[in-house]
Each structure stands twice: as structure tokens, then as C-alpha cells.
Design a protein around this ligand. Structure first.
Ligand SMILES: Nc1ncnc2c1ncn2[C@@H]1O[C@H](COP(=O)(O)OP(=O)(O)OP(=O)(O)O)[C@@H](O)[C@H]1O
Ligand SMILES: Cc1ncc(CO)c(N)n1
Length: 271
């Protein structure tokens, strides 16, 4: 047996199973990456939206973080939905000098359009998470909140995020006709991918950043990881589970939309 690559995702539970921590675990597993998790919050959420949320106290978030870091070594880290200034500051402090890539997906607006964080979160993300990030991956709405450029294009926003202190930024603009943009200190390029009209985009953004984490854990250079994650996230939308949910259907990376053929003769060891 070989030791798998290990990702750590710090974020929140999506009870629908599509996005958040649950989505991250599945996206990382789809590329051979074991996922450890630190829960910052819990949402009552389905494919039509977020109904309620509950926050894990900062101290207990840090206890989870210290406990996992004390045991299984991580190859890359994702920071997803982080709720409050206090959580963001504490997490940023703990991630400084960790020595592995950190992908910051500052989740504030979901694919279903629900707002998940107050505006004051933006300043805390810039101050405490940008300095520890390898790359930040906001969607276009989140990037507009972070930069204050209300009508910015993905290119303008990605370049501005780098000026604001991120070493690199990918601004996602989901949807069949959207397009992503990557910028760092030497590069500013469009990231191409096909568009799909499946309506199965719930979890696409979380998967996108979790896939970047997994691909960085496997050793891909950043821009190659971003390109590959973007293509794979699009495939997850194409293959999404359109028969599940009344709202924005779940993405899928595990071929759960294909028939499961149970073969008793090959499955388990006989006693
Ligand atoms: N309709 C689509 N067709 C193809 N790819 C898509 C589509 N929608 C999203 N994607 C893929 O998913 C990635 C993330 O998209 P998006 O910008 O919608 O994330 P997000 O708004 O952060 O989503 P979430 O709320 O699920 O976190 C895109 O970079 C793209 O690769
Ligand atoms: C918990 C959670 N994290 C992230 C997202 C991304 O939109 C979501 N919908 N829910």
C-alpha cells in the first residue's frame, strides 16, 4: 500500500451533501486524495438554499486543527466557509508557517445565490487569510465584495486581488457561459473550460478549490492545478445528479449517476 496524499479542509457542513466539507471530501477522493476536516460551522441547507446556520466556537475549531495537524501530515490545505472575523483571525494565525500550499476559497455567496457571510468578513479575509494563501479562489460576487469593484470583470478582479496581497487569484464565474481568470505577479490569463446546462452546479465552487488542493498535494504546479481543477469541476457539473433536489442540483465526481452493479461474488471476503 502507498501512502495517499492528504488534504485538509477547514470549512462548514452542507447538510445537502453537495458543497462544503462534504463536497470537499468527495472532490478530493475523486483524485486520490485523503481528506481530513475541521468544521467551523454547520448549515441547515438543501439544494434550494440555506435555512439556518450554527457556528462552532473558535476554541473548538482550533482544537480540531491542532489535533489533526498533530497526527496525519497534510500536503495541502483548503479554507472554505469561515463565518466570523474571530474565526478567520484564529485560523490565519494557525496556518502561518505551516509550510504547505493553502487554497483560500472565501465563501460568501452560494451557487443558489444565498449570502453566507456579512460584509465585515471581507476585510478579515484580506488581513488574515491572504498572507497565508498560496492562491485565493472567490467567485465573481465574492471577488467584487473583497475588492470593492462593483462591476469588475474576472480579469480586473483577479489582478486586483493580487495587488491586495494574494500571491495568486482565480476568479470563478460559473454557469454555462461563464469563464475563469487566473492572475499572479507574472501572469494574467483566462482559464478555459466547456460550459454545461445541466443545472447541477451546487458544490461546483467548493469542488473547484478542493480539487486545486488535491492537485497541489500531488505536486502539480499552481497554474496547471488550476486549469485541471477547472476542467474537472466543469465535468462534475456535466455529470451532476439532476434527479436529486428541487433547486440547484448536486455536482458529482464519483459516477454516482451511473447504475451501481452489485456483484456479490467479487465484493467481500468470505468468512
Ligand atoms: N455551468 C457550468 N458549466 C461548466 N462548468 C461550470 C459550470 N458552473 C460552474 N462550473 C465549474 O465550477 C467552477 C466553480 O464555479 P462557480 O463560480 O459557480 O463557483 P461558486 O459560485 O463558488 O459555487 P459554489 O456556490 O458551489 O461554491 C467553475 O470554475 C467551473 O469550472
Ligand atoms: C457549507 C457550505 N460551504 C460552501 C458552500 C458553497 O456555496 C455552501 N453552499 N455551503
Amino acid at each position: 500500500m502507498t501512502t495517499p496524499k492528504v488534504g485538509l479542509t477547514i470549512g462548514s457542513s452542507d447538510s445537502s451533501g453537495a458543497a462544503g466539507i462534504q463536497g470537499d471530501i468527495k472532490a478530493m477522493a475523486s483524485i486520490g486524495c485523503y481528506a481530513q476536516t475541521v468544521l467551523v460551522g454547520v448549515t441547515a441547507q438543501n439544494t434550494t438554499g440555506v435555512v439556518a446556520r450554527h457556528t462552532v466556537p473558535v476554541e473548538f475549531v482550533l482544537t480540531q486543527l491542532d489535533t489533526v495537524l498533530d497526527d496525519i501530515e497534510v500536503d495541502a490545505v483548503k479554507v472554505g466557509m469561515t463565518w466570523s472575523r474571530e474565526h478567520i483571525e484564529a485560523i490565519g494565525d494557525r496556518l502561518a508557517n505551516l509550510g504547505v500550499p493553502v487554497v483560500v476559497d472565501p465563501v460568501m455567496v452560494t451557487a443558489a445565490g444565498a449570502s453566507l457571510a456579512g460584509a465585515d468578513i471581507g476585510a478579515a479575509v484580506l488581513k488574515h487569510l491572504f498572507p497565508v494563501a498560496t492562491v485565493v479562489t472567490p467567485n465573481v460576487d465574492e471577488a467584487r465584495l473583497l475588492t470593492g469593484i462593483a462591476d469588475g470583470t474576472p480579469q480586473q478582479l483577479a489582478e486586483r486581488l493580487v495587488q491586495l496581497g494574494a500571491p495568486a487569484a482565480v476568479v470563478t464565474c460559473g454557469g454555462p457561459d461563464g469563464g475563469e481568470w487566473f492572475a499572479d505577479h507574472g501572469t494574467s490569463v483566462a482559464v478555459s473550460r466547456p460550459g454545461h446546462r445541466s443545472g447541477a452546479e451546487h458544490g461546483a465552487g467548493c469542488a473547484h478549490s478542493a480539487l486545486i488542493v488535491g492537485l497541489l498535494a500531488h505536486g502539480l504546479p499552481l497554474l496547471a492545478a488550476v486549469q485541471e481543477a477547472t476542467t474537472r469541476a466543469a465535468a462534475g457539473v456535466r455529470d451532476g445528479l439532476v434527479s436529486l433536489g428541487r433547486g440547484v442540483h448536486p455536482v458529482d465526481f464519483l459516477k454516482l449517476g451511473e447504475p451501481f452493479l452489485f456483484d456479490a461474488s467479487t465484493t467481500t471476503e468470505k468468512p
